[in-house]
Design a protein around this ligand. Sequence first.
Ligand SMILES: Cc1cc2nc3c(=O)[nH]c(=O)nc-3n(C[C@H](O)[C@H](O)[C@H](O)COP(=O)(O)OP(=O)(O)OC[C@H]3O[C@@H](n4cnc5c(N)ncnc54)[C@H](O)[C@@H]3O)c2cc1C
Length: 433
Amino acid sequence: MVGGGFAGLQATKGLHGADVHVTLVDRNNYHLFQPLSYQVATGALSPAEIAQPLRRIFHDDVNVRVIMGEVTDLALDRHAIVIQPPEAGPEHELPYDSLIVAGGSAYNYFGHDEWRPLALEVKSLESAIEVRARILRAFEAAELEPDPQVRAALLTFVIVGAGPTGVEMAGQIGELARDTLRGDFRAIEPGQGRVLLVETADRVLTAFPASLSEKAAHALRRLGVTPMTDHTVTDVTSGAVELKDGSGAITRVPTRTVIWAAGVTASPLAGMLGHGCGAQVDRAGRVAVEPDLTLPGKPEVIALGDMVVLRDPRGGDPIALPGLAPVAMQEGRYAAKLILDRLAGRPTKPFRYLDKGQLATIGRGEGVADIHGLHLAGPLAWATWLLVHLFYLIGFQNRVIVLIRWAVNFLTRGRGARLITDGVTHRPGSPGR
Ligand SMILES: Cc1cc2nc3c(=O)[nH]c(=O)nc-3n(C[C@H](O)[C@H](O)[C@H](O)COP(=O)(O)OP(=O)(O)OC[C@H]3O[C@@H](n4cnc5c(N)ncnc54)[C@H](O)[C@@H]3O)c2cc1C
């Protein structure tokens, strides 16, 4: 099993107690609950509250061995994977009978990799912690800054991409500035800062019905966020972003904090799989798998989650399921069942995704939900979001701590994890450690 994210975790759990030996390989020693990483980036939660060590999760599963290492090659012809250990040293080769690959995805920067260090994303825990430091440091620097233009740039936060992550991130920064930090500074008023949410499409949350997009935009404005729809980022530098609107007009926005939440590309492991068996790989780097999630001509290799599209058996374009945790989890559970059914000689069925709807939160008591045509907005959607995320968070202790944290944050409008912990030498443009 390559990858201990949403898909890999469910696939491994599904093989619990079965007469199979599972080796789970991940470059991290923890499972990360990505849907809450933006709360780490805005100081609402601490890193350990949304991550759980893989060894702890599988402590009681004696048929599961956890290996920390980077998978650098998939040698499908020799039925082996190549792993780079966490410390420098020779690579290891691990043979397999069945291989499940669930390496997830990463943000793509529209072909501008040079923007990556300037416009951080919140997909990894390390990056979320760095984003938290950058946001908080901008307020600290603004407190000391005599030049009003530089101060305004420090208090301008630009979020690129108005999907659920961008919307949630923008709402949280708005709340941080207006509520949490209110009264904490003497020379600046944090609530006077600008939070710009840039989106190429003509509305926020394009995957939701238009009426919910409108309500979400309204809730964002109440938090001081300016949704800049019909705008595309054309350049990012250490001091500004350049935006182009629908008419082609260019605006330069001075800012020190840009957060990236737009466009994803599949893990390079998908490309390796495609290369290894001749399967189609789409523009987002996803490999096309058969309707039972196996690779064409390689029934012993299964690929799951954000890094796959489904081949259309009728010859049409591959079917891309949404890049959501429920898709990955259902595919993971399906993969475990497929392996067990095969071992037991039972017939297998193609994978079917059960769409349970989608949710997004905007701020304290504000959310939107689209559940089988039932459109909710406001506190009810927010409460549903809260319950669903608590339910799926891994680890009982994490659930209890996060519940308490959210309750305290809600009642006090506070954020307990407002620490700048990466050290001043880590600033963009600074000499480094
Ligand atoms: C910020 C953010 C917020 C999100 N919010 C939501 C939400 O609210 N609701 C929702 O449904 N979905 C949300 N998603 C999407 C959801 O997190 C993904 O769809 C889901 O994580 C995909 O699961 P996966 O198993 O395919 O990949 P991941 O969960 O990303 O897991 C991939 C795993 O593979 C490991 N890995 C990758 N490459 C290698 C390698 N070469 N060697 C070893 N290990 C490797 C990684 O370390 C990781 O553990 C969000 C995503 C992000 C980034």
